[in-house]
Design a protein around this ligand. Structure first.
Ligand code: BV8
Ligand code: ZN
Length: 241
């Protein structure tokens, strides 16, 4: 079906859906000017992720890892939510049950006004003390490198889930609950390569949800979804309201 038909199909499904879940990835922030991880301007092409977004990298060289995160904080601090983020913030009040699950750590969904939101990979504006484990908000740009805990002087790390680290259990349970009960799941701007988020579309599909994907390119999810809309999230999402 062509793009217009696909949009009408998804709109019709959404209008009858009491429960809706959305999964977003870096692609929804691309329209705000935040580089994606694996795209042409890929964030990771310049900085090898395996060398930076891991606990081993941080243990080996906390300064290097903090330099990368500080670079991203400075970049993101200058960006604002785009019509895609704003559309999802508005969508939340149109359904009795709604959950926005994001892999993004940039905080733009929260800035757009989303409340029913879980940031499954953490948030770049939160830090966690490696000693006393306290989690605090930190918007310093630039951040002192390496930053230390105001309570105990311990080394602070980004409150972000790195590769090889488990996701927060209660958060994951909340996602599973939404995936099991949603009538519609929208998958927006994710390459579908990182687990466990990459398993969310098949889980929702198996539970009987209507699954629609919005992405510039085909992804591993494309053949299992009911509808795949090729386009920019910032343009398509407002058309679904
Ligand atoms: C865990 C923090 C277990 C960093 C991130 C082999 C098989 C299966 C799994 C594994 C495996 N080997 C290793 C694993 C596990 C690993 C994993 O999945 N690796 C992958 C690479 C194979 N997963 C983990 O380690 C997870 N933890 O499994 O723990 C465990 C259990 C118990 C005890 C101990 C351990 C943790 C995963 C979290 C990693 N952290 N982020 C940081 O951000 O600073 S992941 C990182 O990738 C980001 O969070 C990002 O959000 C995420 C996914 O990337 P995308 O969001 O999809 O972005 P990407 O650039 O890839 O794609 C952008 C898409 O948008 C593209 O499709 C593009 O076409 C599209 N697009 C672009 N512009 C637009 C657009 N679409 C629409 N409109 C546009 N304008
Ligand atoms: Zn501390």
């Amino acid at each position: 079906m062509d793009r217009e038909e696909a949009i009408q199909t998804v709109k019709a499904r959404l209008s009858q859906a009491g429960a809706v879940a959305v999964l977003t990835g870096a692609g929804i922030s691309a329209d705000s000017g935040v580089p994606t991880f694996r795209g042409a301007d890929g964030l990771w092409r310049n900085f090898k992720a395996e060398d930076l977004a891991t606990p081993e990298a941080f243990a080996r060289d906390p300064r290097l890892v903090w330099e990368w995160y500080n670079w991203r904080r400075e970049l993101i601090a200058a960006k604002s939510p785009n019509p895609g983020h704003l559309a999802l913030a508005r969508m939340e009040s149109q359904h009795a049950r709604f959950l926005l699950i994001t892999q993004n750590v940039d905080g733009l969904h929260r800035a757009a006004g989303s409340h029913k939101l879980v940031e499954i990979h953490g948030n770049i504006w939160k830090v966690r003390c490696t000693a006393c484990k306290q989690v605090t908000d930190n918007h310093d740009v630039p951040i002192a490198i390496p930053p230390s805990c105001l309570s105990c002087g311990g080394l602070l790390r980004p409150h972000i889930v790195w590769f090889g680290e488990p996701l927060d259990e209660p958060t994951l349970d909340q996602c599973m609950g939404a995936l099991a009960s949603c009538k519609v799941l929208l998958i927006v701007g994710t390459s579908g390569l990182v687990y466990p988020a990459a398993s969310f579309a098949p889980i929702a599909k198996a539970a009987g949800a209507f699954v629609a994907e919005i992405n510039l390119d085909p992804t591993p999810n494309s053949q299992l979804v009911d509808v795949s809309i090729q386009g920019r999230a910032g343009e398509i999402l407002p058309e679904l309201l």
